[in-house]
Design a protein around this ligand. Sequence first.
Ligand code: NAG
Ligand code: NAG
Length: 289
Amino acid sequence: MYTRMARSALAHSLFAFLLSLSFIPSSHASPPSSTFLFGGCTQQRYAADSAYESNLDSLLTSLLNSATYSSYNNFTVEGSSPQDVVYGLYQCRGDLSMPDCATCVARAVVRAGELCPKACGGAVQLEGCYAKYDNDSFLGVEDKTVVMKKCGPSDGYEAGPMGQRDAVLASLASGGGQYRTGGSGEVQGSAQCVGDLSAVECQDCLSEAIGRLKSECGTAVFGDMFLGKCYARYSTGGSGQHVYPQGHERESTDEGSKTFAIIIGLLAGVALLIIFVAFIRKVFEGNGK
Ligand SMILES: *[C@@H]1O[C@H](CO)[C@@H](O)[C@H](O)[C@H]1NC(C)=O
Ligand SMILES: *[C@@H]1O[C@H](CO)[C@@H](O)[C@H](O)[C@H]1NC(C)=O
């Protein structure tokens, strides 16, 4: 009992420490992959120092840890009682390298904490990654709700680029895989599913996103259509376009590896502490005999 409490308090303070450190690199200019696109929170809140809070902390730590080696993962942290269970996942954009993925997920988690203090569930989409947690299981569930839609201005309409736009969207719709990109002339497009969807669900979700993008953004110079579990976006070189990194991430190296080094260092520290706690526990157990 004692070690259990000590361990959860330890996980808690380590997590707070980790979060506070991940603020450091953001004093530099934000890299494009961490540009905030949207976020949302549940109405329900959890109590401070509750079992739910400590489960959420371990879940978020698992997300950060996993993002150093995988571009998608999901986690479920079971509590001692069923109402304390928390589910979460993250998905990095298909072209992000591992250090950039870890940096992005760390920023998304920090942002969710700022946006949704004490909310049971939160979700944040940055340019380079998506992270979500909730006490209601959403893992493996296809969700085609429109979460964020943004269409650029339609002035500057030209038949040429719009024809190219339609061709790029058609290639995204017919391409395979969870992450798809396409380009023609000035027109660039990309689409991606969250990794918990099957290939069939992903195709279904992307068809919906691409169809809506085309019909709802009309002849806009750019369009973003984010559904619950997938998105499709395009930009034409037209005036009034927004800029988003397509295909390559130039910013990353320095800042990305610095944050990556910090994260790796922290995770190594966490591992050492867990070993230390296990050792102390053995010593206590030994004395109890
Ligand atoms: C999530 O937590 C809230 C607040 O404790 C609770 O009202 C709600 O029923 C929970 N949802 C699930 C699916 O457990
Ligand atoms: C969640 O992660 C587990 C273990 O990595 C995996 O087996 C499972 O398929 C994942 N579930 C979903 C819905 O992605």
